[in-house]
Design a protein around this ligand. Structure first.
Ligand code: ZN
Ligand code: ZN
Length: 321
């Protein structure tokens, strides 16, 4: 593993890889980086909706000169944002890959939390068809509270602040003065249409985020030359151990393999895309401490010779280009 010149890892690990590389902890890095620059923070790095005491569920935030672009909103996203020192009232853009619960369960509550803490500007949320209904149903579920607080506390109507923009076709979805975001459709059986990967072109480099997806060689073109490929992955021996504990073992394994990308296939993809760094996230199984970073990386590194990082919650990756 090496650190190239364009990117510098800042991990919250005490010791471990970060220590070996002489890198700073997440908190120290955040204080040092301030609001300038481009950095990606892995907020939750475990696949699936089950809540536990270890890794949190899928969520990330890209910060571009202090402006947050939240990517997926699994359970725990709000708490992790606060821990990452991203103030909830600063929420501005949200991207949802697909509507599986581990990616959306806290979408509404996160926006609510921002509003509760003083958010008073628009939040634009991008995602597949169905996201608008999810948002409307969320507001309906909390209507009594919201309609009490608006006059009682003199707050703006949060339902009007949240602007959902459903993506119906792949292509550019957002262009700001600093960031261009493009969506790419990728299969995650049985979800074939309503599932997107995102490419973020920033002033400091390109980040491609893929979660969730079956192994899709076509992503190599979408991710070509990216400074960071942040991609879900599945560790097959870990899945074998996991499914031994359940009754529907064979069908569960079949589902997982069909709808996700193994570590070895991810190595193939990263090599084909010639990305500068690979970050493994949405780890399945993400709550088995017997699986070491080396085990996650082993099969990918058979194909991809660049640096590989196994994501941990609150890990920060800054683009220094
Ligand atoms: Zn997922
Ligand atoms: Zn999924």
């Amino acid at each position: 593993m090496s650190v190239d010149r364009r990117t510098l890892l800042k991990m919250s690990l005490a010791g471990g890889v970060a220590g070996a590389l002489g890198l700073k902890s997440g908190v120290a890095a955040a204080q040092q980086t301030g609001s300038d620059g481009v950095k990606w923070i892995c907020l939750g790095t475990k696949g699936g909706p089950r809540v536990g005491t270890g890794r949190s569920n899928p969520a990330n935030v890209l910060l571009v000169d202090g402006v947050p672009y939240v990517v997926d909103c699994g359970p725990g996203v709000s708490k992790r944002l606060v821990e990452a020192k991203v103030a909830l009232p600063s929420l501005r853009y949200v991207f949802i890959t697909h509507l599986h619960s581990d990616h959306v369960l806290e979408f509404g509550n996160m926006v609510y939390g921002g509003w509760s803490a003083g958010l008073n500007h628009d939040v634009e949320a991008f995602g597949p068809v169905g996201l608008d209904a999810l948002a409307r149903n969320y507001w309906e579920s909390i209507r009594d509270d919201v309609e009490t607080r608006i006059p009682d506390e003199g707050k703006p109507d949060p339902r009007k602040l949240l602007k959902v923009k459903e993506i119906t076709e792949p292509g550019p979805v957002l262009t700001t003065d600093k960031v261009k975001v493009t969506a790419f459709r990728t299969p995650h059986p049985p979800i074939l249409e309503k599932n997107y990967a995102y490419r973020f072109e920033t002033p400091r480099g390109v980040i491609v985020y893929v979660s969730d997806s079956a192994y899709n060689p076509e992503l190599a073109t979408f991710a070509e030359g990216a400074d960071l490929l942040i991609h879900e992955t599945l560790y097959v021996p870990g899945v074998d151990a996991m499914v031994k504990r359940v009754k529907n073992a064979a069908s569960l394994k079949e589902h997982l393999i069909a709808s996700h990308t193994t570590t070895e296939d991810l190595g193939r993809l990263a090599a084909a895309a010639k990305v500068k760094k690979l970050v493994m996230t949405h780890l399945v199984p993400g709550d088995d401490p017997s699986i070491t970073d080396e085990m996650w990386m082993q099969d990918a590194s058979k194909h991809y010779s660049g640096p590989i990082v196994v994501a941990r919650d609150l890990m920060e990756i800054a683009l220094e280009g």
